[in-house]
Structure formats: structure tokens, C-alpha cells
Design a protein. Structure first.
Ligand code: SAH
Ligand code: SF4
Length: 361
């Protein structure tokens, strides 16, 4: 029988690492040292580690070219910083050449990584650079984990002593379209002895994949949920978010209601404000009606212009009026600051810029 395809050690949870060691006749007792090296100490060269002998032998026999396991160590394909240095954006090249974005943000003493869950995205939101690219493939758990490890490595190198404590799945891709890999990655990322980002500091942002939202609730997944809404009627939303034809607004709101009832948790609603499309006072009032009875927080996001969409950001005064209506109805509502707009901060924009440059040279 042919050898199974090599697997990434970063794909494996702690129990699987224990099982692998046991299956190879090595005591599972060594799993802690291996886990610590991979996830706490960010080690990429396991062969060079001063492990005890049995683990050293396991690594020598099992990890590396032509062996059953490899490590996910994406290369930086391009990198850009905001003028204040507080936002760093990376285009990371995966083993098959696919490039995905990872962002490290540091404001008010809080450091947050924003990672991708897919190469491209199948959901096709008209204003989103990733949506404009289309779907390429799902990322594996290890490819998601490795982005967090990369962000942490950069943080440690640039601001020694600072810890990465927050994670948002708001990079390229739709997390709930890649549910199993995302949940596996988050289990790995939140394991205390490893990367150790607390589940309540991890946000999954979804375009509104109804079955995924319900599954999160039924499984009692401990992460925060953000739902990208962008429209207050079926029509308004469908013009921006094609996925709403599959999961209509009414079904999405019903799923959010169930999620809230089952979990008792607040839901964060993302709203990209686009001039003339979804920024009117009437829209704000309809949004208030929609969210009645849901423990909701609305995040308003100014539109980042993208090559494939002619829309423009809502004027500042219009956005403030929108916010005032929500606040007046008792719905917490904040503006997501345009942090690092000078680094093409919108989802998929660094990749889109690179492709554009390639084709125009
Ligand atoms: N697919 C998920 C997560 C990735 S997108 C989702 O859609 O929620 C993360 C957030 O960035 C979403 O709220 C999305 O609507 C928003 N976004 C994407 N492109 C944008 C742009 N050009 N300007 C402003 N917000 C954008
Ligand atoms: Fe996909 Fe989210 Fe972009 Fe929509 S906004 S295309 S769901 S990444």
C-alpha cells in the first residue's frame, strides 16, 4: 500500500499528537514537549530541538521531506505597514503557492490577529476584494493556526514582551463555509498550554451561513459570533450579498434569534456603510426593528474602495446619523476605526493589489 499523504503537525490537536506518538511506540508522555515546541515556542526546526531521546528519534523518523509529517511554515510573499506601524499586513504563501492575507493590529495595548480561512471566497459580496476573486480552496486547520503563529512571531520581534490575546476570523474567506477546519483550528489555538488565546477573545465573522450559525449554537462553541448584515430588506441585502439568495434575511435573523436563545450570548452585527445603498435613516430604522429582542451590538465599517465595485463610503455625517438612530433605540453601535487604511486594510485588498500590479507591469 502506498504511504498516506504527508500531514501537517499543525493540523493535529493535542490528543491526536498523543495518539501518533503512541502508535509509533513512543510514550504519549512526550506530547506535551512537542506541543509546547510547536505552539508555545513557535518552533519551525524540530530537528534542532534539544528534545529527550525518544522524541528526537520520533521527529527524525517522522517529520521532514519524504516523511509522514511536515510543518506549516508559510513564506511572506509581501508585507506592508501602516504609517504608524500599528497595523502590519502580510500576504503569506502556502505550500501550493496560494496566497492569503494575515493582519496584525495593535491598538490601545490590545494586539489582535486577523486571519484568513479560505483562499478566495465563494460568497461573492460585491464590495469585497476577496469576493471579487472567487473561490479557490479551503484552508486546512494547520494553515489557519500557522497564520496566528506568524502574527505572534512578528509581534514578539517588533514589540518584545507583548502578547497576542485576540483573534478575528475576518481575513479572506467565509469561516462557516469551512466549518470543520475552522473549529479544529480554533480548538488548537485556544488550548491553554499552546497558543492559548481565550475562546471569548476569538470572533468568527460570517456572511450569514444559516446552518453554520445554528451548528455553532447546538455544539455550544465558545467563540464570539459576528454576522455581516449590510442590508435591512431582502432586496437591499441581496444587491450587496449574493449569498442572501441562499439564506434569506428572514431566515438569517431567525437563526440569530435561536443562536441568542440557545447560547445567551451577544451577537455582533457588521455593517459596511455604502453611500446610497444601505446608509439611509429608513434603513437604520428597519435595522432597529429587525434586531428587536436580540442581544446585538452593531459595528459600522466605512467601505474600503475596491477595484471591482463602483460604490463609495457613506459620508461621515450620514454614518453618524445612522449610528444615532441605533443608539437612540438602545442598540450599542460603534464605528470600526479605519485602522491602517494606508495598508489596503480591507479584506483581500493586498492580494488584489498584487495581482493588479502583476498584470499592469
Ligand atoms: N466572510 C466573512 C469574514 C471575512 S470579511 C464575512 O463576510 O463576515 C470580514 C468583514 O469585512 C465583513 O464584515 C465584510 O463585509 C467586511 N468587508 C469586506 N470587504 C470590505 C470592504 N471593501 N470595505 C469594508 N468592509 C469590507
Ligand atoms: Fe466572502 Fe466575507 Fe468577502 Fe463576502 S465579505 S465575499 S463572505 S470574505
Amino acid at each position: 500500500m502506498a504511504d498516506p499523504l504527508p500531514r501537517s503537525l499543525h493540523d493535529l490537536g493535542f490528543a491526536e499528537i498523543e495518539a501518533e506518538l503512541r502508535a509509533a511506540g513512543t510514550s504519549a508522555h512526550h506530547a506535551k514537549a512537542l506541543w509546547r515546541a510547536l505552539h508555545r515556542e513557535n518552533e519551525l526546526d524540530l530537528a534542532a530541538r534539544d528534545f529527550c531521546r525518544p522524541l528526537k528519534q520520533w521527529v527524525a523518523a517522522r517529520v521532514g521531506a519524504g516523511k509522514p509529517f511536515f510543518l506549516d511554515a508559510p513564506e511572506v510573499s509581501s508585507e506592508t505597514h501602516s504609517a504608524d506601524g500599528l497595523t502590519r499586513k502580510f500576504l503569506l504563501r502556502q505550500r501550493d503557492g496560494q496566497e492569503t492575507e494575515t493582519v496584525l493590529m495593535g491598538y490601545d495595548g490590545r494586539h489582535t490577529a486577523c486571519v484568513s480561512t479560505q483562499a478566495g471566497c465563494a460568497m461573492g459580496c460585491v464590495f469585497c476584494a476577496t469576493g471579487q476573486m472567487g473561490f479557490v480552496r479551503h484552508l486546512r486547520p494547520g494553515e489557519i493556526v500557522a497564520q496566528v503563529l506568524h502574527a505572534r512571531r512578528v509581534l514578539e520581534a517588533t514589540m518584545p514582551g507583548r502578547r497576542l490575546r485576540n483573534l478575528v476570523l475576518m481575513g479572506m474567506g467565509e469561516p462557516l463555509h469551512n466549518y470543520d477546519a475552522v473549529i479544529r483550528a480554533l480548538e488548537i489555538i485556544s488550548t491553554v498550554r499552546g497558543i492559548g488565546i481565550g475562546p471569548s477573545r476569538i470572533s468568527i465573522s460570517t456572511v450569514g451561513v444559516v446552518p453554520g450559525i445554528l451548528r455553532l449554537a447546538e455544539e455550544g462553541q465558545p467563540y464570539r459570533l459576528a454576522v455581516s448584515l449590510h442590508g435591512s430588506t431582502e432586496e437591499e441585502r441581496a444587491a450587496l450579498v449574493p449569498a442572501s439568495k441562499k439564506w434569506p434575511l428572514a431566515e438569517l435573523i431567525a437563526a440569530c434569534r435561536s443562536y441568542g436563545e440557545i447560547t445567551g450570548k451577544r451577537i455582533f452585527f457588521e455593517w459596511t456603510l455604502i453611500a446610497g445603498k444601505n446608509d439611509s435613516p429608513d434603513t437604520a430604522r428597519r435595522l432597529v426593528e429587525l434586531l428587536k429582542g436580540i442581544d446585538a451590538h452593531v459595528n459600522l465599517i466605512p467601505l474600503n474602495p475596491t477595484g471591482g465595485f463602483a460604490g463609495t463610503a457613506a459620508a461621515a455625517g450620514v454614518g453618524q446619523e445612522f449610528q444615532r438612530i441605533l443608539l437612540g433605540a438602545g442598540i450599542p453601535c460603534t464605528f470600526r476605526q479605519r485602522r491602517g487604511i494606508d495598508v489596503a486594510a480591507g479584506c483581500g485588498m493586498l492580494k488584489a493589489e498584487k495581482v493588479k500590479t502583476r498584470f499592469t507591469i
